[in-house]
Design a protein around this ligand. Structure first.
Ligand SMILES: [Zn+2]
Ligand SMILES: [Zn+2]
Length: 344
């Protein structure tokens, strides 16, 4: 089969690899019908995720058709159409029993990280019963592939941890796919106002189309502008969806008393926590790695037509054009790319 293989910082190849085989009785082999490239894959290619070994097939998002199942798989059979979760969970360890699949002792984020991933014609999924979700015919497949990672991440780490309530004023810092997924899923809770900030005017235009009430260009004055927009009060919920010190500090500077700062970004360096100001402000700060516990709920919202994750898809390629798709996605600003979908 063909697969996208990582060969160290800056090096990737689309090449022939052996088709995966069942290794454990709870494994399934899935034929990938759609996958996508994640910002995390670009981090890996930059060398930011050193535990990824040379020769690893990348990708942790996708949908497909079950090709083969181990003797211990009960919920799936050959021919079933499935959504692959970016988080693998055995469903039985202490963390899984708390609903914290991201920290599963036998799983967590392993696909395209410590085991071969989904940017291939076939992928081996361990703990298939608890790591795959059945999908029905006729549902938009572009929408479904956004549920592997992007939407559970924006929703769980941003919207749920931020405890958005009806009438709230929300700021989402970062209008990339994850920030926009937080925007779309924040609507479940009817905030009064959603302000999006980004350095890219093109992404802010997308945010406006997707329902942001206000957009703010992050040019060093974003904090002042957001305070002006809120009559000096600040926001009830600040969602950080970038992962750098300046965006985190922006959240700290605009949070209203009693507010929630929900951090989603993947941080590579320390940030300052301004306790000299925040100690008396009754704020809550949360961090989280996506658990994908809300995937079944998000699937229902897509199936019922309430949620339209496919609105984030800007580019489509055939799976064997994945090298080109990576070029496009790594120049997201110039290419006006949000999510690229690869179809087999
Ligand atoms: Zn991802
Ligand atoms: Zn577990």
């Amino acid at each position: 089969m063909k697969a996208l293989v990582y060969y160290g910082p800056g090096k990737r190849a689309w090449e022939e690899r052996p088709k995966p085989v069942l290794r454990e009785d709870k494994d399934a082999i899935v034929r990938v019908t759609r996958t996508t490239i994640c910002g995390t894959d670009l981090h890996i290619l930059k060398g930011d995720v050193p535990e990824v070994e040379n020769g690893r097939i990348l990708g942790h998002e996708g949908i497909g058709v079950v090709e083969e199942t181990g003797s211990g798989v009960r919920n799936f059979r050959k021919g079933d159409r499935v959504l692959i979760s970016c988080i693998t969970s055995d469903g039985t360890c202490e963390y899984c029993k708390k609903g914290m699949y991201s920290h599963c002792e036998k799983g967590g984020w392993i696909l395209g990280h410590t085991i071969d991933g989904t940017q291939a014609e076939f992928v081996r999924i361990p703990h298939a019963d608890t790591s795959l979700y059945r999908i029905s015919e006729g549902v938009n497949e572009d929408a479904l592939v956004m549920l592997s990672d992007v939407f559970p991440t924006g929703f769980e780490c941003g919207v749920l941890n931020g405890e958005i309530k009806p009438g709230d004023t929300v700021a989402i810092i970062g209008a990339g796919p994850i920030g926009l997924a937080a925007l779309l899923t924040s609507k479940f809770y009817s905030p009064a106002r959603t302000i999006m900030a980004d350095t890219d005017a093109g992404r802010l235009a997308s945010a406006k189309e997707l329902g942001a009430t206000d957009t703010v260009l992050s040019d060093g004055k974003a904090s002042e502008r957001i305070m002006e927009l809120t009559d000096g009060r600040g926001v009830d919920v600040a969602i950080e969806a970038v992962g750098v010190p300046s965006t985190f500090e922006l959240c700290e500077s605009i949070i209203a008393p009693g507010g929630h700062i929900a951090s989603i970004g993947v941080f590579g360096e320390p940030v300052d926590l301004h306790m000299e100001r925040l100690w008396s402000q009754n704020i809550t700060l949360t961090t989280r790695l996506v658990d994908t516990v809300t995937t079944p709920m998000l699937l229902k919202s897509v199936q019922s037509g309430t949620l339209h994750p496919e609105r984030l898809v800007t580019h489509r390629f055939k799976l064997d054009e994945i090298m080109k798709a990576y070029d496009t996605f790594s120049h997201a600003r110039e290419e006006k790319a949000l999510k690229v979908v690869l179809e087999s």
